[in-house]
Each structure stands twice: as structure tokens, then as C-alpha cells.
Design a protein around this ligand. Sequence first.
Ligand SMILES: [Zn+2]
Length: 240
Amino acid sequence: MPDSPNIDILAIAAHRDDVEQTCGGTLLKMAERGRRTAILDLTQGEMGTRGTAEDRAREAEEAARILKASWRRALDIPDGRVENTYDNRLKVARVIRELRPRVLILPYWQARHPDHATASVLGYEAAFLAGLAKLDLGAPPHRPYKIIYASLYADVRPTFVVDISDQFETRFAALMAYRSQYEDQQPGSGLFPRQTEIHERLAAMAAFYGLLAGVRYAEPFVSKEVGLVDDLLAIPVQSI
Ligand SMILES: [Zn+2]
């Protein structure tokens, strides 16, 4: 991909529509501020109960447009079988070198779905590989400066949250772009909650994380590093 944009933030997730649920509001907010964002889906979604991988490719492209992402691609790792192999790490490392993001967003490392947990470790190890000078991948070495973990579906206290009050509804629209998954329809209707229920649930979660920081809606993240403060008077979030 010779015309790759220089990317500020790359979000990696196991499945198409993961990013829309966990950090889409943050990606949109950054794009609205002129940052260049990218989404790498590790799988193509061929195991989904509804729709085909082709449907999902079209829907993912539409969702990326709604989130104002500059770049999106899906790798060919089998859906439901995301494994942390050297081959897969190289696939992801190539993308990291190609895009050269400063910030990498990964799924939180503990998850109900094994693909999500594996995507976290795989992404981290790929970022490490991508920085190895002697590893020849056809593009110069690069390591993201910062790695943060999107923790919306993890039962863990976030290190920080991003205020997405102004992005929440657009993020919801991006998720609903996956019509084959979320459009109200008869087959499998026991499995897939109606759109209004999904909206209610997403709003409740975003409002919960928003409350922690005194804003309406937010997305939670975990960082392994400590926060660094320069000015005590500029620390956000009121204590009492
Ligand atoms: Zn997923």
C-alpha cells in the first residue's frame, strides 16, 4: 500500500465492529481534531451468525467513513481462531511499520471472547517486533510510543476515560452500519436485541463511565504506565 497515510492512532481489534463498540467515540473525537486514525481488524467475520464476510467488508467501510477513519483493513486471520503465532505477529507488525502510529489502541487483555484476549497480546507482541531493527519486513522499524487498552467490556477500573458526549450518537450510527448484524429482522431475533435495546445498553455503559469523570458519556481505557503530571492545577475530574 504505497499511498499509506501517516497515522497518529491505530486501533487493532479481533472482529469488525469491535472498535465501534469499545473505542469508536474516541477515534471519532481524535479525527474531528485533525488526527489521522486507522482501524485494523484481525479477522473478516466469516463466522458471524448473520451475513457474509463480504457484507461485513462493505459495512466496515461504511462504519469507518462515519467514524472519519483515514484507513481501515482486515487481515485474513480465521474468525474464532485468533492465535498468537509468529506468523500472525508478523502480519500485524507489517501494518504497524506501514502506518507508523504514535498511539496504539488494543483490546483489554482479559475478555470473555478468546479472540479479544488473544488480539491484545498479539497486538502488543507485534508492536515489539515492529521495532526490531534487524527484522526485515520491507519497511523501516517502528514502535508506537503509547499503547492503551480499550476496557469497555472488561470488569476493571479504567486508568482514564475519554469524554465522548459529542460523539456518542455518531458512534452508535457507525455500529448500526453493520446492518447484517443489527438491523431488526426475523431470523435469529432471539439472539440479536433490537436496535433500541442496543442503544439503551450502550448509553447505560457510556453514562456509567461518564459519571466516573463527571461527563455525560465516556469510553474507558487502561494504561500499564503511570500518569505523569506537570501542573497540579490542571488535573481534570473533580474530587468532591
Ligand atoms: Zn469481537
